[in-house]
Design a protein around this ligand. Structure first.
Ligand code: GTB
Length: 217
């Protein structure tokens, strides 16, 4: 059964692939699962039809028959568990890959989100500069440790996994901040993720929404 995901009808990132439907698109492309997309406006996201799919009125969601999921991490895990290609075959390797998914979402991404909030929503506060400096240092603290762990490996734990997918997408939001470039092995890691054919297909599909062309086949 072809799953349907939801995505922004008009993404505020202007098609840069930063919204979280990109993770789901990427995972589906990695495993070779075709999908449909329902585009939703900001208004429609807060209406009952969408709230039945997503209690917080956000994207992405995932529908497959009777199953309706929200939370990009849960959706990517669901895809990874039901298709080959995003989790290793051995039980311990799978557990470690899932650990990296949680690390991306719970340990690395939160200060990155704080930086976005401080930049875009709190820019007018008198304490903004101090807060931005603090958050940037918290991000560096996490990236230092991640950089040491990655070392000169291509991926976090053996072959590419759903853990790398989540981590690369979380790190992508840092590109404009310049912080990622302070850690050349992490910058190269993100580039490795972005140049995977599955990422490129997912990126082109979400970009097509922004520029108003049909999604590539
Ligand atoms: N924890 C949830 C998940 O991982 O699925 C978070 C979902 C979420 O934050 N969704 C956002 C949303 O629906 C879109 S992705 N926002 C609308 C709302 O809350 O009303 C976050 C996002 C938004 C914009 C950009 N951007 O413009 O760069 C990047 C990422």
């Amino acid at each position: 059964m072809t799953p349907t995901i939801t995505a922004f009808a008009q993404s505020p990132d202007r098609g840069q692939g930063l919204a979280r439907d990109m993770r789901v698109r990427w995972a589906l492309e990695e495993v070779g699962q075709p999908y449909e997309v329902r585009l939703v406006s900001f208004q429609a996201m807060k209406e009952p039809g969408h709230l039945a799919r997503h209690p917080f009125g956000q994207i992405p969601t995932y529908e497959e028959g009777d199953l309706v999921l929200f939370e990009s991490g849960a959706i990517v895990l669901h895809i990874a568990e039901r298709h080959a290609g995003l989790l290793p075959d051995d039980a311990n390797g799978r557990a470690r890959a899932i650990t990296w998914m949680f690390a991306a979402l719970n340990t690395v991404e939160p200060p990155i989100l704080d930086l976005q909030t401080a930049k875009f929503l709190e820019g007018d506060k008198p304490w903004n500069l101090e807060r931005m400096t603090l958050i940037r240092e918290r991000i560096r603290h996490r990236l230092r440790a991640l950089s040491v762990r990655l070392g000169d490996a291509d991926w976090l734990d053996g072959g590419f996994s759903a853990g790398d997918l989540m981590m690369v997408h979380a790190l992508l939001r840092l590109r404009l901040s310049g912080i990622l470039d302070e850690f050349p092995n992490l910058a190269a890691y993100v580039t490795r993720g972005e140049t995977r054919p599955a990422y490129e297909r997912a990126f082109a599909a979400q970009r097509a929404v922004f520029i108003g062309t049909p999604p590539p086949r």
